[in-house]
Ligand binder design. Structure first.
Ligand code: ADP
Length: 373
């Protein structure tokens, strides 16, 4: 709405008192960011990690206070907690093993959730997530794509979806849509060049909201592009988001595969089935002469999969067109479906679809009905 300003938002937040400290969230200096996009408001609330138990009600109270303002259609408040790198979190650290984890957000109507993960950044995880999601859609599935890579949300660019999500009458955000796939990303809500230094609790909160405060509707599959790496944020997410399975992306070099192993171990420890490994930038095919060159030691991911007893899902070539079309927001799986590269992504989508059907058939199903507890 024209006229909604940061001052209006801060004034509304001034009514939210801290439950244990003397003062309101504004005078205590806890509001570290306010972003207004039309009627959509984004807030960041700085908390002390030791306050984690009282922070969620406080976050909701802040959202409610701003929601009550005229002209506000949606509010997304995220928690931030600064701590020096290497510090252990003061809030209960994520635990490994089969232990029950708290609060699994409900996303009714979503049949399966597949995380696309990588042990480190830059291996093509997001590119794979987008082409997998679009490939599943091409196979007739109803697909959602959630950009949980909030450190560097790239899905708006890669999918060509632009603009801001609208709010529904039920105060949820309507996901963006591209090529029939429903998409949500922090990239739609914050400025592209805003440097974001997100900490564990904030990441968790943002992702839970993108799961539960977005009108996803009925989906066969939701593909989640996880942040790269295997730190606290990824681990907590693997525990809290009821993932049906994970796809691990790696390049063939040993060093990348070492990280991929860490990702495999992480998912195993939290009992998330690994659907398999994708080797990205697996080999190079010269577009002019068709000569195939194994730039990195091709095949490492297949060996890694064998050694770890997980399936090998696909080899995706290193290919300029994959990057160019991705940068142009036209995933190759749809832009050039007849190309061998697109066919590789389509085979990946088929394998994932079939594995999900197998899991739903009961064999290794971890969550009895629609995955949500
Ligand atoms: P990540 O999500 O692992 O950080 P991205 O998917 O953002 O990685 O990919 C990093 C860069 O590599 C992007 O510019 C992307 O277009 C490019 N890229 C990814 N996969 C391929 C591929 N198979 N061939 C060529 N370029 C690729």
């Amino acid at each position: 709405m024209a006229g909604l300003t940061k001052e209006h938002v801060l004034r509304a937040l001034g009514s939210v008192r801290h439950p244990t400290r003397d003062g309101d969230v504004v005078s205590l200096g806890m509001i570290t960011g306010v972003v207004i996009k039309g009627g959509n408001v984004g807030l960041s609330i700085e908390i002390d990690p030791s306050e984690a138990p009282v922070s969620e009600p406080l976050r909701r109270a802040c959202e409610q206070a701003v929601k009550n303002l005229a002209g506000v259609t949606s509010v997304t408040a995220v928690l931030t907690a600064e701590r020096a790198p290497g510090d252990r979190p003061a809030a209960p650290p994520p635990t490994l093993g089969r232990q029950e984890t708290p609060a699994r957000p409900a996303v009714p109507g979503v049949g399966a959730i597949v995380a696309v993960a990588s042990g480190k950044g830059g291996v093509g995880k997001s590119t794979t997530a987008v082409n997998l999601a679009m490939g599943l859609a091409a196979l007739g599935q109803r697909v959602g794509l959630l950009d949980a890579d909030i450190y560097g949300p790239s899905l708006p660019r890669m999918t060509g979806a632009a603009g801001r999500p609208n709010a529904t009458s039920g105060q949820k955000l309507r996901p963006m849509e591209s090529y029939g796939v429903k998409i949500m990303s922090m990239g739609f809500l914050v400025e592209e060049d805003t440097p974001m230094i997100w900490r564990g609790p904030m990441v968790q909160s943002a992702i839970q909201q993108m799961l539960s405060d977005v009108e996803w509707g009925e989906l066969d599959v939701m593909v989640v592009d996880l942040p790269p790496g295997t730190g606290d944020a990824q681990l907590t997410m693997a525990q809290r988001v009821p993932l049906t399975g994970a796809v691990i992306v790696s390049t063939p070099q040993d060093i990348a595969l070492l990280d991929a192993r860490k990702a495999i171990n992480m998912f195993r420890k939290v009992d998330v089935p690994i659907l398999g490994i994708v080797e990205n930038m697996s080999y190079y095919c010269c577009p002019k002469c068709g000569h195939r060159a194994e730039i990195f030691a091709h095949g490492g991911a297949r060996l890694c999969a064998e050694r770890y007893g997980v399936d090998f899902l696909a080899e995706i070539p290193l290919d300029a067109e994959i990057r160019e079309l991705s940068d142009a927001g036209r995933p190759i799986v749809l832009a050039r479906p007849e190309s061998p590269q697109a066919q590789a992504y389509l085979r990946l989508a088929m394998s994932v679809r079939d594995k999900l059907a197998e899991l739903a058939g009961g064999k290794a199903r971890r969550f009895p009905r629609i995955v949500w507890a």
